[in-house]
Design a protein around this ligand. Sequence first.
Ligand code: GLU
Length: 319
Amino acid sequence: MFAHSAGCGRYAPSPSGDLHIGNLRTAVLAWLFARSTGRRFVLRVEDLDRQRSRDPQPQIDDLGRLGLDWDGPISVQSEHLDRFDAALDDLQRRGLVYECFCTRREIADAVRAPHGIPGQYPGTCRELSEAERIRRRRDRPPALRLRADTDAASVHDLLHGDVTGAVDDFVLRRADGAYAYNFAVVVDDGWSGVDQVVRGDDLLTSAPRQAMLARMLGQRPPEYAHVPLVVNAAGQRLAKRDGAVTLRRLEAAGHTSGEVLCWIAGSLGTAVDVGESAAAIRREAPDQEPAALLRRMLETFDPGALPLQPWTFVSPDAA
Ligand code: GLU
């Protein structure tokens, strides 16, 4: 039925709390994009930020309750640090990594200076001498930065077209020893054969630097689809304070996971055509409702018809 592809899509949540309906919608879209192109689909728990990470199981349960399935074991970032060590080692041996001793404050000041570019590391520590590095290591442990080989990179996005963005010497490993998101995500995607990345469009500006790093590691950058976020009635990014917005809270308020999936299907406009199937499925096979509805969404999925504006979600139980 689908064009054959040996590729792989993925959903990669950070386990910092329950997924809200915006996260669930992104997961459904990542699954639809992957499955509709014959790709494998994998789940990855991005738990490198030890302070913010919680038990990932509730998120995994919620994805399953929406009828999503995935291939192979779930990958947990903190369990395979060796692959990050190996990639860092490779870059280091090629002279593409340098130590950075800047504090946040110093970077902010440098960026505010004339010719500073907001959000860009100005390269302060790029050319420190060995003697200077030895001296500065006594004061604080260094972060490790990538020696970027360009100042702009392009990616192809299925929804946004060709996107070019500024890139800089971003952090690979923080001063506290934790690997940084931009590094880990690229190494992991390469390792798992991910060639399609579907995620929220708040990460669109990170894609050019991730694509640059992928090329430097000898990987082919994936194709991207950065999907719109979900907002509340005031147009702000959806958050817990917006009432019942997680599956758990919506279920506690009497809504089924099938109903939540119906709302998500409705938010995709004409990109899916579930017709009467939601009501019919509920009547005929209530236990399988989400999986059957998801199958129907998959049969009719047309990515070219996806709305590009944020979806406004007002919880039915908002005060
Ligand atoms: N773990 C990231 C998040 O939950 C997503 C990373 C990605 O999809 O590249 O925001």
